[in-house]
Design a protein around this ligand. Structure first.
Ligand code: PGA
Length: 310
């Protein structure tokens, strides 16, 4: 970008335009952005037009009903996020000085983490009532896409990506167990051999699920071919299907957190299980964490065990 053009941007671009631009990029539509910011859609369109005039290039393109960032839009988005993060931090540091913790925490977790993440968030919000939180629950594959898009502050996942551009730390055990209905012939038996499971129909999570990855990994290493009867995209649906006698499945023990051992499902004592995975929490390496995100990160690393025990 030419020096003169940079000056032109500084002189004419407003923070409000950047905020509107960021909301459209994040929410994928002008309408959703106008609702999120409580302004009319013509205002949104007008501000974006002005921003595009300053930049000298279109920032969005409309294909069907979807709004996509152009190449110029992607560049503006990357830098806009730094500006908005810096402003949010400025606000929070000042609030901290005044003894308050206010602001927004954006957390994205894999579906299986929804069984404990809300509990941790509940405790955190008790400590910091001024913080508002958005929690996105999605499967591993989609969460990795959000991480790449830098859509949230922090991410909770079972198996972090191997990329050098991210920082993830283990912070809580995630035991994966084999579940069966209570009246299943294997329920109550001890030291079941993994190959015995191949005699029964099996229910698998959808492609892209971390639980599925771990399950496939285990049985492939054991050279056992499972008799997969169905694939379901939700832990809850799988629990109902097991209860209905449609098959066995491997899920995180955390999926039983509400019903505990009183529920209709039984955890089988299979050799090699529970698979001991860990929950990881992290973010992109280049991400400048807000004070709130930093505070939540420390909170979850130190408090998760006790939150899960209570
Ligand atoms: P899932 O993820 O909910 O996509 O199965 C769990 C995990 O990442 O281990």
């Amino acid at each position: 970008m030419q020096k003169d053009q940079a000056k032109q941007l500084l002189r004419h671009v407003s923070l409000r335009q950047l905020q509107i631009f960021d909301a459209i990029a994040r929410l994928g539509s002008f309408t959703r952005a106008s609702k999120a910011l409580y302004i009319t859609q013509p205002t949104v369109s007008m501000q974006i037009k002005k921003l595009e005039n300053c930049v000298g290039l279109p920032l969005f393109e409309q294909i069907g009903k979807q709004t996509y960032l152009t190449e110029a839009g992607k560049i503006i988005r990357r830098h806009t996020q730094h500006v908005l993060d810096a402003l949010a931090n400025m606000e929070m540091e000042i609030a901290d000085m005044q003894g308050l913790k206010t602001g927004h925490l954006r957390l994205a977790v894999v579906t299986t983490a929804k069984y404990f993440a809300p509990r941790a968030l509940g405790k955190f919000c008790e400590l910091y009532p001024g913080v508002d939180v958005s929690l996105k629950v999605t499967n591993r594959e989609r969460l990795l896409q959000r991480l790449e898009d830098n859509a949230d502050d922090l991410y909770i996942i079972g198996h972090p990506p191997e990329s050098k551009d991210v920082i993830f730390e283990p912070y809580l055990a995630n035991p994966l167990v084999v579940l069966a209905p209570r009246d299943h012939p294997l329920a109550g038996q001890s030291n079941i051999q993994p190959k015995q499971l191949a005699q029964y129909p099996f229910i698998m999570r959808e492609q892209g699920s971390g639980t599925r990855m771990a399950t496939e990994d285990f049985f492939e290493k054991q050279k056992i071919e499972l008799n997969i009867r169905m694939e379901l995209g939700s832990n809850e649906a799988i629990k109902h299907a097991i209860d209905a006698g449609l098959g066995l499945s491997v899920l995180s023990r955390h999926t039983l957190s509400l019903e505990g051992v009183q529920g209709p499902l039984s955890v089988l004592d299979v050799k090699g299980f529970p698979l001991s995975w860990q929950w990881h929490i992290g973010h992109n390496k280049g991400k400048h964490l807000s004070v709130i995100a930093e505070t939540f990160l420390n909170f979850i690393k130190t408090e998760s065990d006790s939150i899960m025990r209570n």
